[in-house]
Write a protein that binds this ligand. Structure first.
Ligand code: KDG
Ligand code: MG
Length: 404
């Protein structure tokens, strides 16, 4: 089965998405997500200018060879732009292979390992009581696991909390990067009070998660983890930046609160030491930014040897195409932990019709052949690209640029 054409479709049904569509001489087509939030057009150009010409005429069934061809063959390895582009090709080819086999993708990966995919939803509030209300609302909707983020007294804009009046939270909210402020002291005072109150109202039946968004130094992260131990968190996420994987040793020496890292990783090399030294408990890399199903499987296999489980990134800047593919992966992967789930807008869902469904705190990939997600190109054309950036973060007391 030869690849005859490949096209990049950029659309913005509420937020920007980049999708690669591959066509074959047998009439089968497949799609893959290539969205890199705030840098979308770099991946679109990488695909159109440098990848698509190399795909035409290749055998669509040779997924592994095409992966290696694009990874090793470019000479320039890794990086979010390259790996998102490779991921889009890989996802589209798995979609085609599963359609050719007349099976849902999870069957090709090895079949179901579980009855459904446990997800966590986002409860965001402006203060403690608002956050508690949101957590309880998610519990009422059937979620078994809930991520809680709250505004911090004395800070203007904080990670995870939308602007008052916004219908949905999307961090890439401006045509130039907005500015948030940060105080580690205020945050560290506040976080244990938040979780004390949430547990008081919610009890201990549900999993609770929290994203620190790379804000702390290792010793501060250790203090946070220790202070949250009484509230049994499922994980704290990205407690400190992870370029230096050794930094996590310090956190581990001080706390038993589980740690999740990896939404900005794009290859196995970014997490090799973290996994091999058991410095984390969950690896959050996902299909679109980590080289597709082919590479994510390698990461998961390494993780399984060290009792590290998966917790795939699933924010709204990953398109439904990524979510669909991730759910097939989650259904199969033996060392599954949890999947992030942030609902897309109705406009996005209409552009990307999909087979996955939510029920009782679990997502199900559905039994459509392929990965079960399509793109309505006519509708997509009605939503042209709009430049949008993630915000930056500055220390409140002196304006130093900090980690976002
Ligand atoms: O979903 C999360 O855990 C995030 O941290 C979301 C990120 O802010 C978002 O995906 C950035 O593009
Ligand atoms: Mg995160």
């Amino acid at each position: 089965m030869k690849i005859t054409n490949a096209r990049v479709i950029v659309c913005s049904p509420g937020r920007n998405f980049v999708t690669l569509k591959i066509e074959t001489d047998e009439g089968l087509t497949g799609i893959g997500d290539a969205t890199l939030n705030g840098r979308e057009l770099a991946v679109a150009a990488y695909l159109t200018e440098h990848v698509v010409p190399c795909l035409i005429g290749r055998d669509a069934h040779q997924i592994e060879d095409i992966w290696q061809y694009l990874y090793k063959g470019a000479y320039w390895r890794r990086g979010p732009v390259t790996m998102s582009a490779i991921a889009a090709v890989d996802t589209a080819l798995w979609d085609i292979k599963a359609k050719a086999a007349n099976m849902p993708l999870y069957q090709l990966l090895g079949g179901k390992s579980r009855t459904g995919v446990m997800v966590y939803g986002h409860a965001n509030g402006s203060d403690i009581e608002h956050t508690v209300d949101e957590v309880l609302r998610y519990a009422d909707m059937g979620y078994k696991a809930i991520r809680a983020q709250s505004g911090v007294p004395g800070l203007d804009k904080v990670y995870g909390i939308g602007q008052a009046g916004a219908k949905v939270y999307d961090p890439a909210d401006a045509s130039l990067p907005g500015e948030h402020d940060w105080s580690t002291e205020k945050y560290l005072q506040f976080a244990p009070k938040l979780f004390e109150r949430v547990r008081e109202k919610l009890g201990f039946e549900h999993h609770l998660l929290h994203d620190v968004h790379h804000r702390l130094t290792p010793i501060e992260a250790a203090r946070l983890g220790k202070s949250l131990e009484p509230y049994n968190l499922f994980w704290i996420e990205d407690p400190t930046p992870a370029e230096n994987q050794d930094a996590f040793k310090l956190i581990r020496q001080h706390t038993t609160t589980p740690i999740a890292v990896g939404e900005i990783f794009n290859s196995i090399w970014d997490c090799k030491d973290l996994i091999q030294n058991q410095l984390i408990d969950y690896i959050r890399a996902t299909v679109v930014h980590a080289g597709g199903i082919t590479h994510l499987r390698r990461i998961a296999d390494l993780a399984s040897m060290h009792q590290v489980r998966t917790g795939c990134h699933g924010a709204t800047d990953l398109s439904p195409v990524c979510m669909g593919a991730a759910l097939h992966f989650d259904m199969w992967v033996p060392n599954f932990g949890i999947q992030e789930y942030m609902k897309h807008t109705e406009e996005t869902d209409a552009v990307f019709p999909h087979a996955y469904t939510f029920e009782q705190g679990m997502l199900h990939p559905g039994d459509a052949i392929g990965h079960g997600v399509d793109i309505d190109e006519k509708l997509a054309a009605k939503y042209p690209y709009e430049r949008k950036y993630l915000p930056v973060n500055r220390l409140q007391h002196d304006g130093t640029l900090w980690n976002w």
